[in-house]
Design a protein around this ligand. Structure first.
Ligand SMILES: Cc1ncc(COP(=O)(O)O)c(C=O)c1O
Length: 379
């Protein structure tokens, strides 16, 4: 079995992650911030420690990091909590539905929404962002790394623009986190940054978060128990409490903490080089295969690759890879409808390969051979 669907979720997790989840489930952890007995306090301490570990990993302060069940929740909290009908948001046609759908909901309530168009390669340049900007733009919302092609957004330039114009930056790190360190920036704009734990951070499903940078006020999306201000009729708007209504998923959070500690021990750059090398091996191996069309603009994109074989349905190719070669990949529309429309693959979809540091060069060689054999059937 060869698993090449890391962008959907990492299948193999470090043993430390499984151990941390097991210990959380079988230990003496109560409900954090719900009670003052030993088990509740122990859970509160454990979540506080995990918050610090994650914040250190991302280079932010612990009280600027909230835990959420995944990136989708984090993006919904950011978009619906920080924006209003007074805003004008610039986004791109490379976005995932987790960004697009909350933006469309806000647009339906009167918020203005503009798009950076995509070029023939299905990507955009920094200059395209500049020209799509309007004098009354108040926020930029972008995916840091495409979940279809691995192409990486011009983050330092976008961040500097947001800083200079005092625009709110909403950043989707779902695919990016764990594959690269965040770029070092001269100036940090006000930002809300969403991440998910279960992809290239190698954490458990049900983990993720929202990072706040600078002064950003959020209205709560979900309200309820907060562990503080119990007599108030409204949910606190302080961060991170504004994002954390209800009981936290402590086992997943502690698993995610173990995952980022493991990644840090491995060395993020080392993991990045290892995984990027697998992508490059695939790209070089498939470039001479007839009928194979590779998408994406950047040679040094993240560990994701998308292609099609002639006019074959991407679902049929993925099914052949799975059933005949034991290679698991993702076909179809990848929750990125505007990218597919721009590339004319609304019907065909695209076959996506995505890589983890647990994949091997031998597996990539087998995948290249399988693609070569499938492409022959299109002759
Ligand atoms: C770019 C991007 N954004 C958001 C998400 C949503 O992540 P999650 O399902 O963990 O909330 C994904 C998941 O595939 C993604 O690739």
């Amino acid at each position: 079995m060869i698993y090449l669907d890391q962008s959907a979720t990492s299948l193999k997790k470090p043993a430390e992650v499984a151990r941390a989840v097991y210990q959380a489930l079988t230990g003496t952890l109560g409900n954090p911030a719900r009670g003052a007995h030993q088990a509740a306090l122990e859970a509160l301490k454990a979540v506080g420690r995990a918050r610090r570990s994650l914040a250190d990993f991302f280079g932010v302060g612990p009280m600027d990091l909230a835990f959420t069940p995944n990136a989708t929740y984090a993006l919904n909290i950011a978009i619906k909590g920080a924006l209003s009908k007074k805003d004008r948001v610039l986004t791109t046609r490379l976005e995932h539905n987790s960004m697009l759908r909350p933006l469309y909901e806000m647009q339906a309530q009167g918020m203005a929404l503009d798009f950076v168009p995509l070029n023939k390669q299905g990507f955009y340049h920094w200059a395209d962002v500049r020209s799509a900007l309007r004098p009354d733009t108040t926020a930029i919302a972008v995916n840091a790394m495409s979940n279809v092609t691995g192409d990486i957004a011009p983050l330092p330039e976008i961040a500097e623009l947001c800083f200079k114009r005092d625009l709110l930056l909403i950043l989707d790190l779902s695919q990016y986190a764990g594959t690269r360190p965040l770029p070092v920036m001269k100036n940090h704009p006000r930002a809300l940054i969403a991440f998910t734990g279960h992809k290239s951070l190698y954490g458990p499903q049900g983990s993720g978060g929202l990072i706040r940078r600078g002064p950003v006020t959020l209205r709560p999306l979900i309200t309820g128990g907060s562990g503080v201000l119990s007599f108030s009729h409204t949910h606190p708007d302080s961060f991170p409490e504004v994002c954390e209504a209800g009981t936290l998923n402590v086992p997943a959070i502690l698993g995610l903490e173990a995952a980022v500690k493991w990644l840090t021990r491995q060395g993020l750059m080392h993991v990045q080089e290892q995984v990027d090398a697998l992508r490059l091996q695939l790209m070089e191996g498939i470039q001479s295969i007839p009928h194979l069309k590779v998408y994406g603009a950047q040679r040094d994109a993240g560990p994701v690759a998308a292609f099609n074989i002639a006019g074959m349905d991407s679902g049929a190719v993925s099914q052949l890879l799975d059933e005949q070669y034991g290679i698991m990949t993702r076909p179809g529309a990848h929750c990125a409808p505007l990218w597919h429309e721009a590339m004319g693959t609304r019907e065909q979809g695209a076959v996506r390969f995505s890589f983890s540091c647990f994949n091997t060069q031998e597996e990539i060689d087998m995948a290249i051979a399988a693609l070569r054999a499938i492409a022959k059937t299109a002759d």
